[in-house]
Write a protein that binds this ligand. Sequence first.
Ligand SMILES: Nc1ncnc2c1ncn2[C@@H]1O[C@H](COP(=O)(O)OP(=O)(O)OP(=O)(O)O)[C@@H](O)[C@H]1O
Ligand SMILES: [Mg+2]
Length: 506
Amino acid sequence: MNTTPTDPVADPVADPVAEPVAEPPAAPRSRALSSADRKLVLDVYLDGHASVVGRLVHTGTETTFAYDAAYAAARPRAPLSLSLPVGNHVYGPREALPYFENLMPEGRRLNAVALQLGLDRRDVMSILEHVGRDCAGAVSIVPGGEQPSKTPGEFPGDYEEIAPADLLKQMETGIAETRPKGKGHPFSLAGVQGKAAVLMGSDGRFYQPTGGAPSTHVVKLPDAGHAGMIENEAFCLELARVMGLDAVEPKVVTLPGDRPAIVVPRFDREVERHHHGDVEPSAEDGADFALPSADGISGPATVRRLHQEDFAQALGYTSDRKYTKYGGPSFEQLLVLDKVDAVARYRLSLLDALIFNILIGNADAHAKNYSLLHGRDFRTRLAPLYDLLSIALYPDFHQGMALTLGAEDGKIEQEFDELDRAALERAGVRLKMRASLIEGRMRSAASKILPAAHRLREEKGYGVTALKVISAIGVQVRLLNEKFGFDVKVNEIEFQPKGGGWLTPS
Ligand SMILES: Nc1ncnc2c1ncn2[C@@H]1O[C@H](COP(=O)(O)OP(=O)(O)OP(=O)(O)O)[C@@H](O)[C@H]1O
Ligand SMILES: [Mg+2]
């Protein structure tokens, strides 16, 4: 059965294989899905599926999401989100809001986009109507009945060069997301840092997709007033990689006015080269398809989207609840997800990511800073790590666990120094996992990280900020020594307890 934009509701009885609907997620704070006092229909497309997969419908009083009946009947098919299982069910705002709201920019970037478009920042549907063509994952959201985005994207034909000065200006003013249709590239990515979704060529130039073609790289600007944030993030991402974690490969670039920026390849994009020799072969898909290279794309190449969602989306929390202390999930809730491929490996990778974040003093590893990839093979796995940085360098930020692990029942805030054997025991009981296994992985990572960080800094010529990160790691390693009786050696240079400070080497 096909549905029309005004009748997105498929008959639940008509589909004998309709899947059970997940438990409705906890109620978000009261907030309308759309404040638009008008009827609005948005078509939702997933790259790789030619026809519409579902529709968001705002009737003026109510907002719903439903999968298209043909998509619900297709086999196999990927869900938009683990919180929105595919079936012939009409999701009301309480269920649908978290996934869609979490696609939007956040904080001052959302304010700038809303201002630019003359919309209420809470008007999720109207904002996505304008910026939803290139979102996180394989999803494109377009006004009802409009053609889906240009997909796949052909480089160079579907991309046009943008001068670095213009890119910088767009990111600084927050209008990068809202470029008018046909001119430039409206996109939507979460996060509060100034950013743009682009294609970086192997010639180091930036290109904007046209017609909603997929971007391949994310460019991020540092937070004003927090010097060194770019070096901090680049160093931490590279450190994660040398520690054996799957993290995106950063590249630091200098934009006009000596402005540093970080460029990372998108793990939710896939590049098919038409000539060999310039992209990394993908371990999973054979030599012809690969994730975009950190060194940029050389044409001619075809770009496709892969689907991803963050854990706020997967668990059904709106973005204002991405920290446990603001009503978000605990880390255990991420670990117990079982609709993933190779659960045991998934859990260990996620646990190792948390341990790494503790070791670098990253108090900002919230539910939107870990994601899941829904592969073309219809398997769900932990996405590569991104947005890794030592928040310990910025004393004006809250320090502590963004997502609690083993917190006492009812306790929603946890400082790093509250992570002790009792906490691991509580987590172990909840996870049906031995606490000694978690402790063992902590000990192993703690004993490797300082030598790895020094080596990396020397080999890659990192500067003062990397030394500050190493000091912050020293503080964390000492804390774990104290709490768990590890005896990892920490030198004076690596240990400066007051605010992640830095001692000169001489
Ligand atoms: N390399 C990547 N590949 C695919 N998606 C990415 C990548 N990097 C970031 N994203 C998406 O963009 C979102 C924002 O990115 P990121 O977390 O780096 O930004 P941020 O502004 O620093 O975030 P925060 O608000 O947590 O500080 C992520 O939550 C993720 O959905
Ligand atoms: Mg982030």
